[in-house]
Ligand binder design. Structure first.
Ligand SMILES: Nc1ncnc2c1ncn2[C@@H]1O[C@H](COP(=O)(O)OP(=O)(O)O)[C@@H](O)[C@H]1O
Ligand SMILES: [Mg+2]
Length: 235
């Protein structure tokens, strides 16, 4: 689909708070986090390990409930939705790429990329075509019949992104996408995410990799569960 026909998406987090309570301690993972992201942006959530980045991404994706606050995707309040409705929302609108990127070991690359489409009711032949197109766009169609276990970290990350592209989701949430990559592959991945956002995707990356800040249109630094600072590209 050409970029100008791409549907817009707006994700709005308001006053998200979350405290993990264990026997001995309380850890505040999110403290009044408000954040708004939309199509065409590449937003970097930057911070040290333990600062709350993964919790924020899981909350935006509707995978982890906050203690208070809410997340809206367009006009839908994510935490008013049932578990199944949230799963549908992820499959249709908000694609998630986590560090282990949940590729199914028993499926090959093409089948992994086509899986969300098949779950959503797309015919097998059409799902396969869309999966091939997404793999081609990322330059890895040659890996279509490989098993995920035969791929490098960088290749697996690309497959995770191809799966989002094939499914046509409007937002991409990626948690430490370069965690397993060397600097060359990390740069290639950020260039790719930037290109996708320039094409109209809404990209949110949680990372402690300083390189991300060179490619993001906006960087928020997280410290102890708070969004402490905003840096806009070019300043
Ligand atoms: N399931 C959990 N139970 C208890 N504490 C947790 C849990 N998940 C995360 N935390 C704590 O919450 C804080 C934020 O974690 P996380 O969101 O994973 O940060 P980051 O992704 O920035 O490393 C950390 O102190 C972490 O130890
Ligand atoms: Mg994390």
């Amino acid at each position: 689909m050409p970029p100008d026909q791409e549907p817009e998406i707006k994700i709005e987090c308001s006053d998200l708070s979350k405290t993990y309570r264990t026997a001995n301690e309380h850890v505040t993972a999110l403290a009044d986090v408000s954040l708004s992201v939309t199509s065409g942006e590449f937003v970097c959530i930057y911070g040290a390990s333990g600062s709350g980045k993964s919790t924020l991404l899981h909350t935006i994706a509707g995978l982890s409930d906050p203690d208070s606050g809410n997340v809206q995707v367009d006009d839908r309040d994510v935490f008013q939705l049932t578990r199944n409705e949230r799963a549908d929302l992820r499959r249709e609108r908000v694609g998630v790429i986590f560090q282990d990127h949940n590729l199914m070991a028993e499926l090959n690359v093409l089948e992994n990329v086509a899986l969300p489409l098949r779950v959503g009711g797309t015919r097998a032949s059409e799902a396969k075509t869309l999966a091939h197109q997404a793999l081609s766009r990322l330059g890895i169609d040659n890996l279509a019949v490989r098993s995920p276990s035969e791929l490098s970290g960088g290749q697996r990350q690309r497959v995770g992104i191809a799966r989002v592209l094939a499914s046509g989701q409007d937002a991409i949430l990626a948690d430490e996408p370069t965690g397993a990559l060397d600097s060359t592959n990390s740069e290639a991945l950020f260039i790719l995410l930037k290109a996708l956002s320039a094409d109209g995707a809404c990209v949110v990356v949680a990372t402690h990799d300083p390189l991300a800040r060179q490619f993001a249109t906006r960087t928020h630094t997280m410290i102890d569960g708070r969004i402490a600072m905003e840096k806009v590209a070019g300043r």
